[in-house]
Design a protein around this ligand. Structure first.
Ligand code: ATP
Length: 576
């Protein structure tokens, strides 16, 4: 199993490996850039017009029509009485359900339609799929006659269940179960599924595949603690925010033996594994969803399953899990929505209610007094990079204990004590860098560095002289024809330089760590040609005020989603 792709290897994005990533900026920069480049190259190969995304593949005219809304129903079909159930509050949950949903896409390199080897996928289309626009006059009359339920779009976007009573032109009268009658345009209603289909495990089994029906089905399953559902080849996972006791050895065994086929991460990984072994084709699992929806947990569950299949050696399994612990400590941080969020670079800037990367707090809380002396370390709240936010601790989390677990994980993956000490030195240097301040010396805002403990500590930890560090933070060199001239920086330039150095050091450390972890995992591994790769990365976020972090995160998410949509849906349409 490959966890990170080799930075030197050139990849075709979905045909080969993908990255499992809890990534701050350095890894992000290399892997993400590589990923995006790869996407871009692929796009360019595929698109004749390089600058614009390709048009939707045109479908043959004979296949352009969707199946009609009214069709023969399953044998066990039951008509829902009258107005059915008014699903009050249903859509209050829609937003939260969106947040709680993450999806796993399994790419089967040979069967799927990605890249050159495009072969029709094994997706069974529901014979009943309907579109809103298909509620034409005939369909409306049929629904009224049969007292079939419909979903009505409410002014705030929520959906309520009702039954159509009568029609007048483009409008219908719908009776809700609370006795209220609504007068709505037909475009505001969509057909509801019969009750018999409530809770189907694969959305393609729904008679009517529209937004409220999908959400209703997922909510129905969620209310019965069935957090996994399928949508064709996609596994949908809803975050339960509690331990459902549906993982562990017994479940691994059950899915390995294929004793059950209900949707589960284990089932999906098992299928990928079997496919890899039987067809000798690399597999990729992409986990996508909003921040806090459960991607990282899902990735961990997937890795646990793979680790248990792997070599059967408990050593390898433990190494993989310890690797995860290290990556999360360095790559995850508390945000307003998730105490353990996979984040982009936030070393120098943290909003209130959020934290920087866990490891910075753990180092301050958990290091021994001798280590503290060697690093001139203080408490977390004494460092500006940490105390700019009002959040230093996380309820229920003990940073000191976690620091000891981190050191155990370092030992487990054979990162030697000398290297551990260097890692801590680099982290302490970053914290001290943030405390370096500047004094404005003239009317043009030029500065000089305040030569205090912050400078001496940072320089000592970085292995340079205080003078060199101060010069680097207060001047920049300009090359003239013959000479190099040193120019003073303004306050803003100096702050940006200091922060850029801190970010660069952190990202370099992360990148180095990833290399060490990959080396460490290779030690016990027999090399096979094939791999299953899992991509988990920072989830989409939208705040009232979004900054550069959100821009980068959301761009990466949208690019990935676009790629996925184009390949899975549009090209499938072409093949249909
Ligand atoms: N399957 C699950 N079972 C129990 N709890 C879960 C599960 N999935 C997620 N959670 C809970 O939700 C929290 C957030 O999940 P997670 O960190 O995986 O989100 P994420 O999608 O990776 O977020 P981000 O994009 O911010 O990194 C977890 O810390 C855990 O408490």
């Amino acid at each position: 199993m490959s966890i990170y792709k080799s930075p030197t290897k050139s990849h075709s994005f979905f045909e080969e490996e993908m990255v499992l990533s809890a990534s701050p900026c350095s890894l992000t920069r290399s892997s993400l850039e590589e990923m995006l480049d790869s996407l871009r190259r692929k796009d360019e190969d595929e698109d004749e017009k390089k600058d614009s995304p390709p048009a939707l593949p045109s479908r043959p005219a004979s296949k352009a029509r969707l199946p009609p809304a009214r069709r023969s129903l399953p044998n066990n079909f039951k008509v829902c009485n009258g107005g059915g159930v008014v699903d009050n509050g249903f859509n209050d949950n829609v937003e939260s359900m969106r947040k709680e949903t993450s999806t796993c896409f399994e790419y089967k390199a040979r069967e799927s339609s990605f890249g050159r080897k495009r072969v029709k996928m094994d997706i069974v289309e529901s014979p009943y799929v309907a579109a809103i626009s298909e509620l034409d006059t005939d369909t409306v009359s049929y629904f009224i006659k049969m007292k079939l339920s419909v979903w009505c779009r409410q002014p705030r976007g929520q959906w309520e269940l009702g039954s159509m009573q009568s029609t007048s032109g483009e409008e219908v009268y719908v009776l809700l179960s609370n006795g209220k009658v609504l007068n709505l345009a037909t475009s505001e209603i969509v057909p509801a599924n019969p009750n018999i289909l409530d809770g189907v495990d694969n959305l393609i089994k729904l008679a009517y595949l529209n937004e409220p029906s999908v959400l209703h089905n997922l909510r129905f399953r969620y209310s019965q603690e069935m957090i996994y559902s399928k949508a064709g080849p996609i596994l949908i996972a809803l975050n339960p925010f509690k331990d459902l006791q549906i993982y562990g050895n017994n479940y691994v065994f059950t899915y390995r033996q294929q004793l059950v086929d209900s949707p589960h991460v284990y089932g999906m990984i098992d299928a990928a594994y079997n496919q890899m072994m039987s067809d000798e084709v690399n597999q990729s699992i992409v986990i996508s969803g909003e921040s806090g929806s459960g991607k990282t947990e899902t990735a961990k569950i997937a890795i646990q399953y793979l680790a248990s299949l792997g070599s059967g050696s408990s050593g390898t399994t433990n190494d993989v899990l310890q690797t995860n612990c290290i990556l999360e400590t360095f790559g995850n941080a508390k945000t307003s929505v998730n105490d353990n969020s996979t984040r982009f670079s936030r070393v120098v800037q943290v909003a209130n209610g959020e934290r920087s990367y866990h490891v910075l707090y753990q180092l301050c809380a958990g290091s021994s007094s001798s280590l503290k002396d060697r690093l001139s370390l203080r408490a977390a709240h004494e460092y500006k990079y940490l105390n700019q936010s009002d959040c230093i601790t996380i309820g229920g989390i003990d940073d000191a204990i976690n620091f000891h677990q981190l050191m155990e994980a370092f030992d487990a993956v054979r990162i030697c004590k000398e290297d551990q000490e260097l890692i801590f030195k680099v982290l302490a240097a970053i914290l001290w860098l943030g405390n370096i301040s500047f004094k404005v010396t003239d009317s043009e805002n030029h500065i000089e560095v305040v030569g205090d403990e912050a400078v001496t500590s940072a320089a000592l930890l970085m292995g340079c002289s205080s003078q060199d560090l101060m010069a680097a933070l207060s001047t920049h060199k300009v090359q003239s024809d013959k000479d190099t001239v040193s120019k003073s920086l303004t306050l803003l330039q100096a702050i940006e330089t200091r922060d850029a150095i801190a970010k660069f050091i952190y990202s370099s450390l992360f990148e180095w760590l990833v290399q060490q972890l990959n080396k460490s995992l290779e030690v016990n591994e027999k090399h096979t040609e094939k791999s299953i790769s899992i991509l988990d990365f920072y989830g989409f976020q939208s705040f009232q005020k979004n900054n550069f972090e959100q821009f980068c995160i959301n761009y990466a998410n949208e690019r990935l989603q676009q790629h996925f949509n184009r390949h899975l849906f549009k090209l499938e349409q072409e093949n249909a």
